[in-house]
Design a protein around this ligand. Structure first.
Ligand SMILES: Nc1ncnc2c1ncn2[C@@H]1O[C@H](COP(=O)(O)OP(=O)(O)OP(=O)(O)O)[C@@H](O)[C@H]1O
Ligand SMILES: [Mg+2]
Length: 361
């Protein structure tokens, strides 16, 4: 049936597409303005199971390599399954693909700051300036001997990386509208409107990103190579089993302090402890960089690793402050049918959902 109203609605409210290309999976969401909040229309996730067996077969690696054609093919599969309507895409790049640093500048106008950063950046950015795109945001301020200073988070991304994304989305028939580091999307979706100083730990497959944020604003970005795959590998080696079986066992049992799964836990815990140590290290660095800033009061866990059974309780005990799992669906209208899944799917879609939210703020 021809539904005039539906058509009208679509014309008034554009549909936004957010795509998060992780190291071992691609996640996409389509969103439009709902009655009060953005409304999730559609989502899809495609996991690259084979990566567990072939160590080098990841979609992203820390050396910035991204297998364009393979990713474009996967994107096409995902797009066909989701019957995507959007033609433009907002995408994220992993924290490890960008160089971030916080610098102090005497307080000045944005125009002056732009010139100063362009002038000084070469001292801080490890690549030739002609090869990187630089963005920045103010993350703090302080006074020293009567003079005001601003703390500026500088984000630099290799231009080649941006071109790669343009090419690969182009191959899939999409136009890249915007690209941002995933920590920005997470800060937006997990802390917007909430002043609680928060650590966001995104435990992915190949890496964990650790961000500090409040009120939707990102203040610090850190990163660790210990992540979900480290736990799976530990199980595979420790029990001398196939990595696919190890992955299953990890998801079935999680970590437990007693009972049947205790032995499994003892194999995985050193790697979880390594992630926790990275969080503590980030906290220490953050304290050094922002001596007057309020200390974090909670951790929000996100990424597939947040679904490890028992992880929040264990981390809470080790860190001594509240640890909760991310709930990005809270910020979106969605169909009631999804409700039983949002707890588990949410942490995996948080980046993609956060990307689309930039269109609604
Ligand atoms: N129920 C579960 N229990 C334990 N771990 C899980 C569970 N579900 C997913 N994971 C783990 O989450 C990881 C994948 O998370 P995610 O999809 O966020 O990664 P990614 O975005 O592809 O990777 P990265 O962020 O490193 O680029 C895998 O290591 C997987 O084993
Ligand atoms: Mg990820």
């Amino acid at each position: 049936m021809w539904n005039v109203f539906e058509n009208l609605k679509q014309a008034t409210f554009p549909i936004y597409l957010g795509v998060d290309i992780g190291t071992t999976s691609i996640k996409a969401v389509e969103v439009k303005q709902g009655e009060k909040l953005p409304e999730l229309l559609n989502y899809g996730m495609l996991e690259l199971g084979g990566y567990l067996l072939r160590a080098n077969n990841a979609l992203q690696t820390s050396t910035l390599k991204i297998f364009e054609e393979e990713v474009a093919e996967l994107l096409k599969v995902l797009m066909a399954k989701m019957k995507l309507r959007a033609k433009e895409v907002v995408a994220s790049i992993p924290a490890f693909a960008a160089f971030t640093t916080v610098l102090d500048f005497p307080a000045m106008t944005p125009e002056e700051l732009k010139k100063t950063i362009a002038f000084q950046a070469k001292e801080y950015i490890p690549q030739p300036l002609s090869e990187v795109a630089i963005d920045w945001l103010k993350v703090g301020e302080f006074e020293d001997k009567g003079y005001k200073h601003d703390q500026i988070l500088i984000i630099s991304v290799p231009r080649e990386q941006i071109k790669r994304y343009q090419r690969l989305f182009g191959m899939a028939g999409l136009t890249l509208r915007a690209l941002e580091i995933e920590s920005l999307s997470l800060a937006r979706i997990l802390t917007m409107g909430d002043p609680t100083p928060t650590i966001i730990a995104d435990i992915g497959s190949r890496s964990t990103s650790i961000a500090f944020a409040a009120r939707g604003e990102l203040r610090y970005v850190g990163q660790s190579d210990f992540a979900g795959a480290s736990l799976t590998q530990a199980l595979a080696q420790g029990l001398n089993i196939n990595p696919l079986r190890a992955e299953e066992l990890k998801r079935e049992r999680g970590i437990a302090q007693a009972g049947q799964s205790y032995e499994l836990s003892t194999i995985m815990l050193p790697f979880l402890d390594a992630i926790i140590n990275e969080v503590k290290k980030a906290q220490f660095n953050y304290g050094n960089q922002f001596p007057g800033a309020p200390q974090p009061e909670r951790v929000i866990l996100t990424g597939g690793g947040a679904n490890l059974a028992g992880i929040t309780g264990y981390m809470e005990k080790e860190l001594g402050f509240p640890v909760v799992k991310s709930m990005p669906f809270m910020r979106f209208e969605h169909s009631a049918e999804l409700e039983p899944m949002v707890g588990e799917v949410g942490p995996m879609l948080a980046v993609a959902m956060g990307l689309t939210m930039r269109e609604f703020v």
